[in-house]
Every structure is written in C-alpha cells, then in structure tokens.
Write a protein that binds this ligand. Structure first.
Ligand SMILES: [Zn+2]
Length: 253
C-alpha cells in the first residue's frame, strides 16, 4: 500500500465518528421531514437552542454531557452515538484486520459497514428493510464478485440464490406453522443480497451466526423484562448485517 493511501485511511478512521454524526443528523432530519442541510450546525430538537461546537464533538460530547441536552435536559437521540461509535469501530476493525490487503478493498469494507449501520437502525425503528437499500447491496455484491479476486462470480450468484431459497423456506414454514410473520421478505432479500457478497459456501454459516446472536439477544430480553418478551418481534436486520460483515471480513482476510 502506498504512503498516500495509508495516510488517507488514517484520515478516514479519525474522521469516521464525524461522518457518523453527519449521516445520523441527515437521517434524523429526513425522518422529521425537516430541511436536511440547514441549519448546518444542529439545534436541540426540543428546546431548539443553538448547540455550541464543543457540545457536538462526536462521542466525547455525549460522554461529558451524559447523553443529554445541557439546556433542557432531554436525552440525545441514541442514533447519533450509535452511528459515531459504529462508524469508528467498523473503520478501525477493517483497517486492523485487512492491513495487508489493498486500499480499495479496505475502503469497500468500511463503506459496507457504513451502509449496514443505517440499515440496521432503520430496521430497529421501522421494523422493515427497504428495497432501495437491499437491492443496491445485492448489485454491489455481484460487481465485487466480477471485478475483485476474493469471491468467484459464480459463487456469488449461487450464494444469492441459496440465500433467497433458505430465507424463503424459513419465512414460509414459520408463517404456516405459527400463523404469523417470523422472517419478513425484507430479511429474505437481505439474506440473498449478502449471499451475493460472501458466496454460497458461507451462507449457511452466516445465517447460523445471525440466528444464534438474535436468539441470545432474545433470551437476554426475556431474562431482563419477563416472559411476555417471547412474543415480541425482534428486528433481524441488525443481526444479519453484523454477522455478514464479520463473515465478509473473514472471507477476504
Ligand atoms: Zn434542549
């Protein structure tokens, strides 16, 4: 890797929480149907007080202010700190694990995480995974299979079909047995899209990892909040995204 590429990656890692902060602000404004880019420096969503610069330093300000607006005391939306920490950790992991890989693939892996974080957040909030994001993820998976040497294009194609087939079987079987939706079609499409990234060989492992982590989370929820949580629907998108990103890291490292 060239020195200029190393410097660029270092800049990327250091800037990651700022990118996370900007994207989370844009998304929360879009959800509130506000002007996306104005005001450039955000105000508090409750008291509308202009927030000074030192109240908006990613991660650090959240810790110092204990996650609250210092003017009215309202809790700062959890999305901001999630994006800031998520963007930083994913960039650090990608650079640390893939340090002997090419500059391009490290950047691609970071961007993949930066798409998965908003997608997971959207699934937690809205309980759905929009096609406008899952379809481009599938297309990007096929493109990397065609142009990059890590996963063969044929394996990506079979991975996509296997992911769709397994997802469909689980979704249809669950709804016929339990008469309710267990695995939504958004999840099925995301599993297929991820299959196009990691290849068919890793699809069963990735589904197993995502299922086990979701199950562990569900058990903790029941222990913490009681048995009624067993009937609560857990958004599966974050577990699919997290597991597939780790499997992708393993595949190319
Ligand atoms: Zn406030």
């Amino acid at each position: 890797m060239l020195a200029i590429e190393q410097n660029f990656l270092m800049f990327f890692v250091v800037s990651a929480p700022f990118f996370g902060s900007c994207i989370s602000t844009i998304l929360t404004r879009a959800q509130r149907q506000q002007t996306i880019l104005y005001p450039i420096f955000s105000n508090c969503s409750k008291c509308c007080h202009h927030l000074p610069f030192f109240h908006k330093i990613p991660i650090l300000s959240y810790i110092v202010l204990k996650g609250k607006c210092s003017f009215c005391g309202i809790s700062i939306n959890w999305i901001h700190i999630t994006f800031e920490i998520g963007f930083l950790i994913s960039s650090l992991l990608a650079v640390a694990i893939l340090f002997n890989q090419t500059f391009g693939v490290i950047l691609l892996t970071i961007f993949l995480a930066w798409i998965f974080i908003p997608l997971s957040t959207f699934d937690i909030q809205k309980k759905r995974l929009p096609d406008i994001i899952t379809v481009p993820i599938a297309c990007a998976g096929f493109l990397q299979g065609y142009f990059l040497p890590y996963v063969m294009f044929f394996d990506c194609l079979v991975g996509f079909l296997l992911g769709f087939a397994l997802g469909t079987i689980v979704s249809v079987s669950y709804s016929r047995i339990r008469h309710q939706t267990g695995l939504g079609w958004g999840d099925v499409k995301l599993i297929a899209a991820i299959g196009a990234w990691i290849g068919w060989q890793f699809v069963p492992w990735f589904i197993l990892l995502a299922s086990m982590s979701a199950l562990t989370y569900g058990i903790f929820q029941i222990i913490k909040h009681g048995k009624h949580m067993a009937n609560e629907r857990i958004p599966f998108g974050p577990f699919l995204c997290g597991s597939s990103w780790l499997v992708w890291l393993y595949t190319i490292s």
